[in-house]
Design a protein around this ligand. Structure first.
Ligand code: MG
Length: 379
């Protein structure tokens, strides 16, 4: 996956280069990257930048898990070529998707459709039918039926596109599908965009794209649940619940600090993101998590949501045990969770219950916790 952000955008008319202008509260490039980072299927994301923009780039991608950027050339074609060359020893099966950073509206579902279509076609492009009437300066009309506007992402068999770039030499092309077609004779397979995916070209495009993204239709509400159990040890002097140390005659067994409450919450957030669970991201087999403060796991889940431009609307937690008594510590736990998630206190629900002496919690064998999280994510 290559994200092209190396242009100088002469049409844009801004002192700040286009990929770094403020868009929806952050750099435009970060917004576009967030869409791709949310898709696990799209591996090996690399960003091509202008060599003069390294400082801006580092600021824009702070905290994101990305390989070093690729320095672009003097033309888009050259920049893409450098990007393609950065994948060493490509195999015949390797595919590549290329996307312009200036298209922040692309829908994740369309990216997945492209990835699937790329298995059957050596050249593909997201596209939209031309709806405007087309005319030439001489007054003659162009029949728009069968005409499509090509967008990005575009996808290719990596080795074939690399060969096409080498064959093209210094010749200029409007995009990679035209370059590929010139070299191979193969026209792109078109995948229709399911939503607006226009390119930010002028300053006026920014508020228009922001308005589309902030409309209620641009978000969906996601719900996730989490459930966790930890058994009591035979001895000990405290348990950790909701990040709060509570004196108790028996500790909880566990690889980390065994904070069953924060584990359930972490899983609820990851569940709402459709992003695995705590055991996938922090395998118990990894000794580095031994005795770890579970706030780390919860912070990680919240960061995963932020990386996808998601916001946590609220969380609700129920701790199930006969002892210790939770209510004296409930306020401290809520405050702690609010601080970790960077949410107002009134978005944190916390309750405790016994099971009336029934089951493993009733017999005092361990503590269970269940949690729900509600998130708002871009569609
Ligand atoms: Mg656990």
């Amino acid at each position: 996956m290559l994200i092209a952000a190396a242009g100088t955008a002469s049409r844009f008319g801004s002192t700040l280069p286009k990929p770094y202008v403020n868009f929806c509260g952050g750099p435009l490039l970060r917004r576009t990257l967030g869409i791709f980072l949310s898709l696990r299927d799209v591996a090996s994301l690399r960003v091509i930048i202008h060599p003069d923009h390294i400082g801006l780039y580092e600021g824009a991608v702070q905290g994101l898990d990305l390989p070093p950027p690729i320095m672009g050339g003097s033309t888009r074609k050259q920049s893409i070529y450098y990007g393609l060359k950065s994948f060493s020893n490509p195999s015949d099966e390797d595919k590549i998707l290329i996307h312009d950073a200036a298209r922040p509206l692309v829908r994740p579902a369309d990216i997945l459709s492209l990835s699937a279509a790329l298995q059957d076609h050596p050249s593909i492009s997201l596209a939209a039918p031309v709806v405007d009437t087309l005319t030439r300066h001489d007054g003659s009309y162009v029949d728009r039926s069968g005409l499509y506007a090509l967008q990005t992402p575009q996808g290719f068999a990596l080795k074939a596109l690399l060969a096409a770039h080498e064959k093209a030499g210094d010749r200029d092309f409007p995009d990679d599908t035209s370059l590929f077609q010139a070299a191979t004779g193969i026209a792109p397979h078109l995948v229709m965009a399911t939503g607006p995916n226009f390119k930010i070209t002028t300053q006026q495009d920014l508020p228009m794209a922001e308005a589309l993204l902030s409309s209620p239709a641009a978000f969906s509400t996601r719900i996730g649940t989490g459930f966790d159990v930890h058994a009591f040890d035979t001895g000990g002097d405290h348990v950790v619940l909701g990040g709060v140390r509570i004196p108790h005659s028996r500790a909880l067994q566990g690889h980390s600090d065994a904070d069953v409450a924060l584990h359930a919450l972490t899983d609820a957030i990851l569940g709402a993101l459709g992003d695995g669970d705590i055991g996938v991201h922090f395998p118990p087999s990894d000794p580095s998590y031994k005795g770890m403060d579970s706030a780390h796991f919860l912070k990680f889940a919240a960061e995963r949501a932020r990386q996808r431009d998601g916001t946590i609307e609220n969380v609700d937690l129920t701790i199930i045990c006969e002892s210790p008594k939770i209510s004296p510590h409930a306020s401290a736990m809520r405050q702690n969770i609010a601080r970790i998630l960077d949410l107002p206190l009134n978005r944190i629900g916390l309750k405790a219950t016994t099971t009336e002496g029934l089951g493993f919690t009733g017999r005092g064998e361990g503590i269970a916790a269940q949690a729900v999280a509600s998130l708002k994510l871009p569609v």
